[in-house]
Design a protein around this ligand. Structure first.
Ligand code: ATP
Length: 222
């Protein structure tokens, strides 16, 4: 479980970006964090990951193996000549995992073992995202956190990717939090949505969020 209680956060010398955020994430949840650009979604994720500390309030975490799947373009220099297998092998060493078979297991789990000798920079967006998930699976995460998994990925690849994420959540016992701009898959996959707006956040059901979104959009067009 992750529990945020009365969390406030401001970047240095700034005003509060997040104010009095309360959020409880339970085992088996699939939470899509939604909200406008600049509302503080990624900041919230960094707080949950422990990369930032709250200005006020508390965050408690009982997950032992948290893994983060970044946006494809965030961490990779596509010109860097490194293969898929080498990327996972580096991570294996970081995690101090003894057996190399874990690389094969995780690539196979994501159906991308055939890509093992390809340069990471030559992969399509969808292939690359699956490889990044395979890398995250090496640590046997009980919590997987994604930052906009569909960024730079065409619709067909999205249709392939999201069922993998849902399967990890539903059938492999992985709790999922994802910053999400892809409303279609957020509504389809999530057990709950967390809507960040005006520095605050609230949980709602996917259907309630969709209704809220549609009525706000239609209101804006009138
Ligand atoms: N390291 C930082 N120092 C100062 N301000 C920052 C820093 N990181 C982000 N911000 C600011 O905080 C605000 C929220 O950023 P954040 O990335 O959390 O929003 P977001 O909701 O994830 O946005 P998007 O949907 O565009 O990715 C933005 O105004 C951003 O400029």
């Amino acid at each position: 479980m992750i529990d945020l209680q009365h969390v406030y956060f401001a970047y240095e010398h700034g005003q509060y970006l997040l104010e009095d955020v309360n959020m409880t994430i339970r085992d088996g949840d699939y939470i899509s964090v939604v909200g406008e650009n600049g509302s503080g979604k990624s900041t919230l994720i960094k707080l949950i990951l422990g990369l930032l500390s709250p200005s006020r309030g508390s965050i408690s975490n009982t997950y032992h193996h948290r893994a983060y799947v970044p946006q494809r373009f965030e961490t990779l220099n596509s010109q860097f000549p490194i293969t898929v297998w080498e990327v996972l092998n580096c991570y294996r060493q970081v995690l101090h995992l003894k057996h190399k078979e874990i690389i094969r297991d995780c690539l196979e789990q994501m159906n991308v073992y055939s890509l093992k000798d390809q340069l990471i920079g030559n992969l399509s967006g969808g292939q690359c995202q699956k490889v990044l998930i395979a890398r995250a699976l090496m640590g046997h995460p009980d919590l997987l956190i994604f930052d906009e998994p569909s960024t730079g990925i065409d619709v067909r690849s999205q249709e392939e990717l999201y069922p993998f994420i849902k399967d990890l959540n539903e059938n492999k016992g992985v709790t999922v939090i994802t910053v999400e701009h892809n409303l279609k898959f957020a509504v389809r996959n999530s057990t709950k949505m967390f809507h960040v707006v005006g520095g605050r956040g609230h949980f709602c059901s996917p259907k309630a969020y969709l209704d809220e979104y549609v009525s706000a959009t239609m209101g804006g067009n009138q």
